[in-house]
Structures are given as structure tokens and as C-alpha cells.
Design a protein around this ligand. Structure first.
Ligand code: ADE
Length: 416
């Protein structure tokens, strides 16, 4: 066993059983292992990853190890680590530094451990690792061949680094692959967000007013699933095209001020800060529930909530009650952090299968193009995206139509 720090090593057997369950539902990532064992694309390669430490992440890590990688892993959120999985990975030789309930100092301490491993490849979910290595971890940067980024928020931060001319290695925006965001962001977050809210509260969604802030792929997924369970969905969106799309998708579209008075449940998925704040809390109904599904815990302004509250108590593991001066009570889930990963188990394995197949293949691509890529943010190559779709279809037993020669010719003509 290597260097590691986890909450409780005795949880390893439970973690291993859950990782096996995930493997059963991640046929694409598992199928890559055979080729990786033969070709060893990661032999001698040190990979440092900041990812949610879940059973699905374990399947990715084990797949990278099957191709020869040495993996260093830290959690990408102080509350999202599944301690049994972390224990299992430590036992299997992963240098894992992660536990549920890290303080902010501990969170960064864990990330610094995996930076000090001096990685060749960095995998990130949210941009904290990329940002840290470009600031406090500068002396390790020359060794980095390239990186990947799993999520929208991280890609936005990386594009800012690229714009400011500070990005020092090529990064593949895994988030932007079709086989990632169309499924993970939409169906993965859609389902797991509702799952987190229900596990935390066990409320009935049918007939409730659910306010979804943000109509990107995540917001679309959440709105779709809430509607499917009988909720009346209200969308709050600042982008006029997305707002119009939400309206034509059949949702009520309004601003947060108006939505505040109507909503029973508020879910943020914007990637922005202070989306729900003082003036909104002040208008909310007694009993309103607040949940966030964006990467950082900045979308619900918790400082504002504390400021206008006269009492605060935790009423169950993932529910906090805030009492306002007039006696109204508002309920914050998962401390305003990603409700799907804190109160539930994150996205189902079936969607992580595609996201993490893109990760593994993008890392292989970075290594085989070593020295050829500029320090910029790149999309996942189209052939990788299509390969992931083909492998997933095959695993699902779905056959697709093949164009005839005549049809291919027809599509290539332009004359009348
Ligand atoms: N992000 C969202 N769901 C996840 C999961 N199950 N594993 C890793 N990262 C995730």
C-alpha cells in the first residue's frame, strides 16, 4: 500500500463490493482495460486527480492503473467522498487523500499532497487543481504533459486562464464532449439531484412548485425530471435564448424575485454566485427548501441567510433549519453544496461510464500527442466522442442504421 489518508480503512470490503456494482454498470470504461493492459499507454505515468471519490471514480482509477498509471487522488468537494470507496482504493495501491467532512484547510492539504507527487497528467473536476498548480504549485508545472477537466465550471475557469495567457499545459475539456454533457449533465444531474433532495427530505414532488435556477444542460435535466414527477416547474434564467427555450419547453419562466414568492423547492444550477440571496429569502414561503446542484457552494448566499436568521439548527444529516425574525423557517440542504453528491451518491454509474471513458481516452490522446499540443483548452477529439457513443450503443445492444452508398453520394451532391 502506498501513501494515503482516508477516514476508516476498515470500510474497504464494503467499498470493494460497491465498486464491483459500479463496474457492472460501466461496460465501456471496463472494456477499455483489455486494450490498456496490452498497450500500457500509462506506463511510468503519474496521474494526479481531483475528482469526487465515488464508486464510479474508482472504476476510472482502476482502469488507468490497468494501463500502468500510478494514481494520486483527492476529493473535489469536502462532503462528496464515499469513505468506503476511499478505503478500498487505498488498499488497492491508490494514493488517496480524501474523506467526507474535510475542513477547508484539509481539502487544500489533500490537493497539495497530490500536487507534490509531481504529476505528468492532471485530472480535475471544477478547476481547483489546475488553479492551485498554476499558483502555489508552480514548481511542479514543468513536468505536466497535460490535463483534463470534467465539468462546466472548471472549463469556464480554464478558459479564463487561457485568455489571461497563464495556462501552461494543454487541457482537454472532457465536459464538452457530446457523450459527456448530453447525458451526464442532463440525465445524470437531473436524476441524482432529485434523488438527493428526496433522500434528504422524503417530500412529495407531485403538485409542488419547483424553481430551477439556470437552464443549461443541468437545469434542463432537473426541470425535466421534476416535471416528470408531477411538479410545477418554474425556470429562472438570465440568458434570453435559454429563457425562451424553457418557455417553449412548457415551463413558467420568470425572475427570482417573483419565483421566490411561489416556490416550495429551489434548486440552483447556474455556476454563478448569490443566485438566491437576502431579498429572495425574505419573500419565501414558510417551509421552503433550498438545494444547490452547481459545482460550488456559492449559488445560495448562506451568509445572507445566516444574517437574516434568528435561530439555526441541524434537523437531520443533510437538512439545516433557518428561522427568520417573523417565525418563517427555511430549509437548506447539504450545506448548499452539490446536493446530488452530498445527500445521494452522485450520478448513476451508467452515465459516468461515458464521462469517464472520455477521460481515459483523452488522457491516452494527451500522452500520444506529447509535445505537439499548445497550452490551450481543447475539445475532446471527435473520433473519441464517437467511439464512446459506439461502445455505449454496443454495450446497450442497440443497432444503428448504416447509410447505403447511394445515400452517401446523395448527401455529397450540391448540383440540382
Ligand atoms: N459527478 C457527479 N456524479 C459523479 C459520480 N457518481 N462520480 C464521480 N463524479 C461525479
Amino acid at each position: 500500500m502506498g501513501e494515503w489518508k482516508v477516514k476508516d480503512p476498515s470500510l474497504a470490503p464494503k467499498g470493494k463490493t460497491r465498486i464491483k456494482w459500479a463496474e457492472m454498470h460501466m461496460p465501456v470504461v471496463v472494456s477499455l482495460r483489455e486494450r490498456f493492459r496490452e498497450t500500457e499507454p500509462f506506463k511510468g505515468v503519474r496521474i494526479s486527480a481531483v475528482l469526487h471519490v465515488t464508486k464510479e471514480t474508482a472504476v476510472l482509477v482502476k482502469t488507468l492503473m490497468s494501463g500502468g498509471a500510478e494514481v494520486w487522488l483527492a476529493g473535489s468537494n469536502p462532503l462528496s467522498t464515499q469513505d468506503d470507496v476511499a478505503a478500498a482504493l487505498a488498499e488497492e495501491g491508490v494514493h488517496v487523500f480524501a474523506w467526507r467532512g474535510e475542513s477547508s484547510e484539509e481539502y487544500w492539504w489533500c490537493i497539495d499532497r497530490i500536487i507534490e507527487a509531481s504529476p505528468h497528467i492532471v485530472i480535475d473536476d471544477g478547476g481547483d487543481l489546475h488553479s492551485r498548480i498554476h499558483t502555489q504549485g508552480k514548481r511542479y508545472i514543468s513536468q505536466v504533459i497535460g490535463g483534463t477537466e470534467e465539468t462546466t465550471t472548471g472549463v469556464i475557469r480554464l478558459r479564463a486562464m487561457e485568455r489571461d495567457g497563464v495556462l501552461r499545459y494543454p487541457v482537454i475539456a472532457v465536459n464538452n464532449a457530446y457523450t459527456k454533457y448530453l447525458f451526464d449533465n442532463r440525465y445524470g444531474t437531473g436524476q441524482s439531484t432529485i434523488d438527493g433532495i428526496l433522500r434528504a427530505t422524503n417530500i412529495l414532488l407531485a403538485g409542488k412548485y419547483v424553481v430551477v435556477a439556470g437552464y443549461g444542460w443541468v437545469g434542463r435535466g432537473i426541470a425535466m425530471r421534476a416535471k416528470g414527477m408531477g411538479a410545477n416547474v418554474i425556470v429562472v434564467e438570465s440568458n434570453p435564448i435559454r429563457a425562451l427555450e424553457a418557455a417553449m419547453d412548457g415551463y413558467i419562466v420568470t425572475n427570482m424575485m417573483k419565483a421566490s414568492e411561489i416556490g416550495d423547492i429551489f434548486i440552483t444550477a447556474t455556476g454563478n454566485t448569490s443566485v438566491i440571496r437576502k431579498e429572495h429569502f425574505e419573500r419565501m414561503k414558510n417551509g421552503a427548501i433550498l438545494a444547490n446542484s452547481g459545482h460550488f457552494n456559492v449559488e445560495i448566499d448562506i451568509e445572507d441567510l445566516k444574517e437574516i436568521s434568528v435561530a439555526h439548527r441541524k434537523i437531520s444529516e443533510n437538512v439545516e433549519e433557518f428561522q427568520l425574525r417573523d417565525g418563517r423557517k427555511l430549509y437548506l440542504l447539504a450545506e448548499g453544496r452539490l446536493v446530488n453528491l452530498v445527500a445521494a451518491e452522485g450520478h448513476p454509474s451508467e452515465v459516468m461510464d461515458m464521462s469517464f471513458a472520455n477521460q481515459a481516452l483523452s488522457i491516452e490522446y494527451l500522452l500520444s500527442n506529447r509535445g505537439k499540443l499548445e497550452p490551450r483548452v481543447f475539445d475532446v477529439p471527435k473520433n473519441i466522442d464517437e467511439e464512446v457513443a459506439r461502445l455505449k450503443l454496443k454495450a446497450l445492444g442497440i443497432e444503428i442504421e448504416k447509410l447505403t452508398d447511394e445515400q452517401i453520394r446523395y448527401l455529397s451532391q450540391w448540383e440540382l
